[in-house]
Design a binder for this molecule. Structure first.
Ligand SMILES: *Cc1c(COP(=O)(O)O)cnc(C)c1O
Length: 404
């Protein structure tokens, strides 16, 4: 196990103050912080290698291309994809989902069905609604229960020969529930449909093996895994990526262009139109290296300790209710104080230097289910400490006193 004091030294931002108080950063489910090892790679790139890739014969361009393609291979190895061309660089999870949704618009017809879960992020709902509007397909929803878990018996009933696509997040960003994706993938394949897993919340905690999972698609964002914003990846099985049409037209994605006809480039370039976020891709690779050095098993074990500690301490506060009480969850705690608006609590916590998220967490249907406007969400990462949780608990108690 790592020493959290040593880990914290890697993150320069953790030593800054907010409103005169040491920062307590508990908004990790929205974005994670960046270690010096990744910041160094970004500085090094712009100081030494900045050039456009895949086109130039000059040295800088070749070096930048090598670094970018090495990053793709690192990501391939980490997620255990069979081929590096099954890894498509995207601008993030949202982009990856839209790429797949757009591709499926040519494969769906009226009467086809798409299944999503009740625990989805807006970015995982809207593209499918748009896809249904374009194709006449219907959207079905796997319902959730009071604990914030998906009801698998209902999922079984939704599956049929009309099902073409199932989309589900591995872990809910609003509640932290870990969904039974192995079961979902297996069942979906039995009716011959494809599965896309949104791994934006799971990839910071769990090292996924896309071949073992046997998922058809998997998306995530680098900024949730200690990397920079504006870059992410889509994994797709080769056969699926070959089947889907390109998403955007532009440079890099073509093989030959005449005004009569354009032929598309091979994978992965078919889906990578225009100049990509080169530095971001390289830094994404560095973030994966960093996380693996810390070790995913260590990360999960430590974050579980924080979850247990934080949950126990919060539940000691009178009138506090936690939403998302599944036994299978990660270090996300969504809660409310009786009779107090979450936004007001968030504002007071910020005055105390504590960063939490308040609101619907881009998951309004979950809030509607519980009939609440939103929650206060504290999400812990492996660089957080029990001492910070103590400061946070004192803050919540203070907010409660001031607002009730
Ligand atoms: C953050 C998040 C997204 C969106 O990621 P972007 O980087 O904003 O595209 C999607 N799904 C889940 C579960 C998330 O946590």
């Amino acid at each position: 196990m790592f020493k959290v004091e040593d880990i914290r030294k890697d993150f320069p931002i953790l030593s800054r103050k907010v409103n005169g108080k040491p920062l307590v950063y508990f908004d990790n489910a929205a974005t994670s912080q960046t270690p010096q090892q990744v910041i160094d790679v970004i500085v090094d790139y712009y100081s030494n290698y900045n050039a456009n890739i895949h086109r130039g014969v000059h040295t800088l361009s070749q070096e930048a291309t090598d670094l970018y393609e090495q990053a793709r291979q690192k990501i391939q190895t980490h997620f255990n994809a069979k081929f590096s061309h099954e890894i498509i660089f995207t601008s993030g999870t949202t982009h990856g989902i839209n790429l797949v949704a757009n591709g499926f618009s040519t494969l769906l017809k009226e009467g086809d069905e798409i299944i999503v879960s009740a625990l989805e992020h807006h970015s995982n709902i809207v593209p499918w609604q748009m896809l249904c509007e374009r194709t006449g397909a219907t959207l079905k929803v796997i319902p959730m229960n009071e604990d914030g878990e998906l009801v698998m018996t209902e999922f079984d009933k939704l599956l049929s020969k009309n099902t073409k696509l199932v989309f589900v997040n591995h872990i809910s960003n609003a509640l932290g529930t870990i969904n039974p994706i192995e079961y979902i993938i297996e069942k979906t394949h039995k009716v011959g449909a494809a599965v896309l897993i949104d791994g934006a919340q799971s990839s910071p905690h769990i090292k996924p093996d896309v071949q073992k999972l046997n998922t058809d698609f998997y998306v995530t964002s680098a900024h949730k895994i200690c990397g920079p914003t504006g870059v992410g990846m889509l994994y797709g099985k080769e056969e699926w990526l070959k089947k889907l049409p390109p998403y955007q037209g532009g440079g890099e994605m073509i093989s030959e262009v005449t005004f009569e006809k354009t032929t598309y480039a091979d994978l992965p370039h078919k889906f990578e139109a225009g100049t990509p976020n080169i530095c971001g891709g390289i830094a994404f690779g560095a973030a994966i290296d960093y996380m693996n050095t810390v070790g995913f098993e260590n990360i999960a074990a430590y974050e579980n300790e924080l979850l247990k500690y934080g949950t126990e301490k919060l539940l000691e506060i009178d009138g506090l209710k936690i939403y998302g009480t599944s036994k299978h969850k990660t270090s996300v705690i969504s809660f409310n104080l009786k009779g107090i608006h979450p936004y007001d609590v968030g504002t007071i916590l910020d005055k105390l230097g504590i960063a939490v998220r308040t609101g619907h967490h881009c998951a309004q249907p979950i809030m509607d289910f519980y009939k609440i406007p939103g929650t206060i969400r504290a999400s812990f990462s492996f660089y957080n400490t029990k001492e910070e949780i103590d400061i946070f608990i004192e803050g919540v108690k203070k907010a409660k006193m001031m607002l009730s």
